[in-house]
Design a protein around this ligand. Structure first.
Ligand code: UDP
Length: 413
């Protein structure tokens, strides 16, 4: 076992790693490619930065490609994202044509690698048409949807569905998101990497230097939400919950930490709305971070007394997993992937309104023993369910199934 795998074994137990090595045997020398639309920002990039090297580590030839597009391409794909999460957005014919043209160009640029791969994982709607536009494909193609597609705007889903239907399989994070599609659908929730900069244990001096850098007073309670500036993350609802909390706890502080993603053109606009709602309150810290400031986010999640993820729609919510892993119960929006992770009174509380959030904040701050007990449960819950090793195991199982299901070849395990 390599030194890296030994480090994972220390967190998960050796049997978990042995199982991964067994499962990877029939996949040796297979070529796997992941394709998405950004290297920086958002949950998909976060996952691929960890998953791709770990697949390589266990001996699978894995690469990661990113499609390229102009501003209109990202405007269109952000509208897809909003529409799949339920917004009634009409997208112009010109934007759709540009989306198709961009995918054709990317298919041409990547044809050498895509056509020969044994398995291609296409993440989210941005690169979905690559399947149609790649000629002479040899391998299996899987569409991986990370979005809360429980109630998509039908018109937009109907358009996207025609690019997705031809795939060999699709993956959703939870059963609520599955769609009518003519191929098998698998449920695989995402994960965090306990060894990454975002999640690794930090020394106290690193944590306090982050608190000092942002003028956070650790003697007073601190609320935190980390997320892209996106309306579905409900940053304005978080500010409302903070203001309600302030009425019974005047010394509370709020951190809204976020940054952009290369494929999210709406961030600036939402950031301006957030700044306006904060009304220059000196106790609201709006931190615009660089996409690689993983250790800063790690430290903020350790500094915070209360962590929120008050999303209105959420595919999964890695920020929730990251916080639970740090032993913090999370107050999360009662939606999508947050419901998989936040179990009321056990790992946190699901809420529907700023008032509900404020009530739970008060409960936790007045019941510190309970908060600590929930935090311990939260960490073990993530260890059992949402670490990268479980995620990889499910990917390997799916890959073996796709490659060997109809084959008379003996699988060497
Ligand atoms: N994140 C980050 N910097 C930011 C905001 C978010 O590194 O300024 C990270 C966050 O820690 C998490 C991921 O980006 O790992 C966001 O994933 P999530 O599933 O919570 O939401 P998404 O952005 O994919 O909707």
């Amino acid at each position: 076992m390599s030194t890296l795998l030994e480090s994972y074994a220390k967190v998960t137990g050796e049997d978990v790693i042995d199982h991964l090595l067994q499962l990877s045997k029939p996949l040796k020398n297979k070529k796997v490619i992941h394709v998405n639309s950004t290297k920086m920002g958002g949950g998909v990039a976060e996952i691929l930065h960890q998953l791709v090297p770990l697949m390589e580590e266990i001996g699978i030839d894995t690469s990661w490609e990113v499609i390229e597009g102009n501003d209109d391409f990202y405007k269109c794909t952000k509208s897809f994202h909003n529409a799949l999460q339920g917004d009634k957005v009409d997208i112009s014919e010109a934007l759709l044509k540009n989306y198709e043209k961009t995918n054709k160009e990317n298919a041409e640029r990547l044809k050498g690698v895509l056509a020969d791969a044994d398995i291609v994982f296409i993440h989210d709607p941005q690169p979905a048409p690559l399947f149609e536009y790649t000629a002479n494909k040899l391998g299996k193609w899987v569409w991986r949807c990370h979005i809360d597609a429980s109630k998509p705007y039908r018109k937009v889903w109907k358009y996207l569905r025609k690019f997705v239907a031809g795939y060999d399989a699709s993956i959703f994070s939870l059963a609520d998101f599955a769609q009518h599609l003519p191929h098998p659908q698998y449920l695989i929730p995402p994960s965090i990497d306990p060894l990454s900069d975002k999640n690794v244990d930090l020394e106290e001096n690193e944590i306090s230097s982050v608190a000092n850098k942002f003028n956070l007073d650790r003697c007073r309670p601190i609320m935190l939400q980390v997320s892209r500036f996106d309306r579905f993350k409900d940053p304005i609802g978080v500010i409302k919950a903070y203001k309600l909390t302030k009425s019974f706890l005047p010394n509370v502080q709020l951190i809204l930490a976020g940054g952009g993603a290369d494929d999210d053109p709406e961030g600036e606009e939402v950031l301006n709305e957030v700044r306006a709602a904060a009304q220059s309150d000196p106790d609201i810290h709006i931190l615009v971070l660089q996409p690689d400031e993983h250790r800063t986010i790690n430290a903020l999640q350790r500094i915070a007394d209360i962590i929120l993820q008050k999303s209105l729609k959420e595919g999964f919510g890695l920020t929730v997993t990251e916080s639970l892993w740090k032993g913090k119960p999370v107050i999360g929006g009662d939606t999508g992937g947050i419901r998989l992770q936040v179990i009321n009174h056990q790992t946190g509380f699901c809420v529907n309104t700023p008032e509900g959030a404020a009530l739970r904040i008060r409960y936790l701050l007045h019941n510190k023993d309970k908060m600590n007990e929930m935090g311990l449960k939260a960490k073990e819950f993530v260890r059992e369910n949402y670490l990268i090793t479980r995620h990889l195991k499910e990917h390997l199982t799916l890959m073996v199934k796709l490659l060997y299901n109809n084959s008379s070849d003996r699988i060497e395990i």
